[in-house]
Design a protein. Structure first.
Length: 299
């Protein structure tokens, strides 16, 4: 198994707690040392990791999408044998997962794309797992999914053929964009209503119980607002890791309208701009046609 970053460490711990034998490799020696401190065995390379596994072998990879994933799968393809399985728990693009599945299938190696949600809370709460790929391989490795999931009978499923797991996770993250944007807008409106002096952390806590808008994301919003009521410690700069873009592109390709997810993605783009040109042009146009006042840059 390969675990990178905080999620990887939490997954290693959860698997070990479930009684599984875990061997870890990471180019970052500190990450391997951390996994060892949890009780995992260590490998010095992918080749060393594969050599320590018993057939049929299963290697879970969790690396950045794109070339890092491709390079890892390519190396494993040269090390594994027919009947072995590669599980990709990262946020890979589903079309690339389809291609990887086909290539490995031609070598007799199974490939399961495992859309994984849960973040750093997975150790305590379990992970939501959306699995694509061969059903027989999925059934053989189901005890792993049951250990990682919130419970043995929920929070995980095989959603379809190769690529389906990462497709469902892609849509999952697109929905997440829309939910997060809605919470952000609602709390911003309340924050702007200064005459009421709203306690936003208190309101978030109230909404958490018995409300139709209660959710885990709201729980996290309440925690963030309790820690920093005005969010003064943060910049209004929001990254995106790719899944939202892919979701929007898929909606275009399929002709399925997705205005909320699309606008949520666009708002993330806007959050990264300082004095965006488009907004400055809007101000210039109002001045040109109506003589409206404009604000000049500060010193």
């Amino acid at each position: 198994m390969i675990g990178l970053g905080r999620m990887g460490g939490a997954m290693v711990q959860r698997l070990l707690q479930g009684g599984h034998r875990v061997i870890t490799y990471d180019p970052n020696a500190q990450a391997v040392a951390q996994a060892q401190s949890f009780g995992a065995m260590a490998a010095t390379s992918l080749e060393d990791l594969v050599s320590q596994l018993q057939a049929p072998k299963a290697v879970w990879i969790m690396v950045p999408a794109g070339q890092p994933t491709q390079d890892t799968v390519d190396e494993l393809a040269s090390l594994l044998s027919a009947g072995d399985t590669v599980l990709d728990g990262g946020n890979a693009y589903y079309k690339e997962s389809i291609s990887r599945g086909k290539r490995l299938a031609g070598m007799g190696i199974h490939f399961l794309d495992v859309g994984t949600s849960g973040g750093v809370w997975g150790l305590a709460n379990g992970y939501c797992l959306m699995v694509g790929g061969d059903e027989a391989a999925y059934r053989r490795l189901e005890p792993i999914f049951q250990t990682l999931a919130p419970a043995h009978d929920r929070g995980y499923s095989r959603v379809g053929a190769s690529g389906a797991g990462h497709f469902v996770k892609m849509i999952h993250n697109g929905v997440e964009y829309g939910l997060m944007q809605s919470y952000a807008e609602g709390f911003e409106i309340m924050q702007a209503k200064e005459e009421f002096g709203f306690d936003l952390a208190g309101i978030a806590e109230t909404w958490r119980h018995g409300s139709v808008v209660s959710s885990w994301l709201l729980d996290l919003a309440a925690a963030a607002l309790k820690e920093d009521p005005h969010l003064d410690s943060l910049q209004a700069f929001v990254e995106d890791s790719g899944e939202g873009r892919w979701t929007v592109q898929e909606s275009v390709d399929l002709g399925v309208p997705a205005p909320v997810i699309t606008l949520s993605l666009q708002n993330r783009f806007r959050s990264r701009q300082d004095q965006p040109f488009g907004s400055r042009l809007l101000a210039a146009l109002r001045q040109q046609f109506g003589g409206h006042s404009v604000r000049k840059p500060g010193p």
